[in-house]
Design a protein around this ligand. Structure first.
Ligand SMILES: Cc1ncc(COP(=O)(O)O)c(C=O)c1O
Length: 373
């Protein structure tokens, strides 16, 4: 029996990391925006093609503090989607803002821009779309709506590290875009995250929020948290950034192999190939339609599990069905999200996944179809 997990964290060689952290033993500077933090931030800004950025302990704190730094009216409504990781919705709720769930597009799974305007009320203050699986949202339309109704836009860009749209870094869109550098992502700094923005004042507020509200050595004029990235995570980021292009190129080969097997299989829907987008091959989601494929998502999941292959029901359940919300949200208002979440399985995908394993995974999947026939 094999043991394949859905992802495997990218790491530099141990020698490379040790060489990188040697300086830390010289300086004894472990955290608080030290030399590694500075170097990593500079390299990242270049890589992501963004002008302004700050870094955090993780992607969630980037999102949560970005929302806080916007100083939106308490209890105001944020239009978002439930087809995402818990973090997106929790960042809203923990800011005492009200998530209003918009449905998703059935092809790329990002917010369905045709349905946003119907949800806008006089309490709406922002839109929080997710570039889910690395798929780019309909940026032009979101921008048009935001301008028309004077709304802020906070992109959850956790899945879109290195993605470009029309040659521009994905972090340049919206008022702020937040990335995750979690161990399971295309690029990691063990744990880590970043927020990219334009407004310098907003950046100062964000910086204060991640550092206890401290404005100067003898001045604390805000109530902040602690969400600083430490030097060891920054060092891991510096190392991993050297190899990320190579990692993405390897992911592309894995995705191409999956597509050779699964493109054009009846009852199977794959992630779209988006125009004008430089992709990062972050995930390989597959939607199984039981009626036409012959087996359900759960049957495929179990068949893979039986032979030691860990696929993931990502995103299931939808965030608007979480128990912590005590039935507050009506899931039937997001029927496409509900439909997709019951049928989706993300297959193992990481740079070093070999094509023979991809072949095995696809054989198991297609066998489910045959068995039913
Ligand atoms: C869509 C989405 N948003 C936010 C996050 C939060 O990022 P982190 O785990 O770095 O806090 C994640 C991933 O974990 C995610 O997948």
């Amino acid at each position: 029996m094999v043991n394949i997990l859905v992802t495997r964290s990218s790491m530099p060689s141990m020698d490379e990391y040790i060489k990188e952290i040697e300086d830390i033993w010289d300086s004894h500077w472990l955290t608080n925006m030290g030399p590694k933090h500075k170097e990593f931030q500079k390299n990242l800004k270049e890589y992501l093609k963004v002008e302004q950025m700050d870094m955090f302990t993780n992607g969630h704190m980037a999102l949560e503090l970005s929302l806080q730094a916007m100083n939106l009216p308490r209890g105001s409504e944020i239009i978002t989607t439930p087809f995402t990781f818990a973090s997106t919705t929790h960042a809203i709720v923990r800011n005492r803002l009200e998530p209003v769930f918009c449905d998703i597009d059935p092809v790329d799974f990002t917010i369905d821009v045709k349905k946003i305007e119907d949800l806008i009320t006089d309490k709406t203050s922002a839109i929080m779309p997710v570039h889910v699986y690395g798929n780019v949202c309909n940026i032009e339309e979101i921008q048009r709506i935001a301008r028309k109704y004077d709304l802020k836009v906070i992109y959850d860009a956790a899945h879109t590290f290195g993605v470009e749209y029309h040659g521009l870094g994905i972090g340049t869109f919206g008022d702020v875009s937040c990335f995750s550098f979690h161990a399971t992502k295309v690029f990691n700094s063990i744990e880590g995250g970043a927020a990219c923005f334009r407004d310098e004042e907003f950046g100062l507020e964000l910086y204060r929020l991640k550092n206890f509200g401290i404005r100067g050595p003898e001045r604390v004029d805000g109530v902040g948290a602690n969400a600083k990235m430490n030097e060891f995570c920054a060092a891991m980021g510096i190392c991993n950034l050297r190899h990320v292009n190579e990692e993405i190129a390897k992911r592309k080969l894995v995705v191409e192999r999956y597509r050779e097997w699964l493109d054009n299989v009846e009852g199977v829907q794959l992630n779209p190939v988006q125009e004008d987008v430089k992709p990062n091959y972050a995930y390989f989601p597959v939607i199984f339609d039981e009626k036409t494929f012959g087996a359900s998502r759960n049957e495929v999941f179990e068949a893979l599990q039986e032979v030691g292959i860990g696929a993931r029901k990502y995103f299931y359940p939808l965030t608007n069905t979480f128990e912590c919300f005590h039935g507050k949200y009506d899931v039937n208002r997001t029927p496409v999200a509900l439909h997709i979440s019951k049928r989706v399985l993300t297959l193992p995908l990481y740079a070093d996944l070999d094509v023979d394993t991809v072949d095995k995974i696809c054989e198991v999947i297609l066998k489910c179809k045959e068995n039913i026939k």
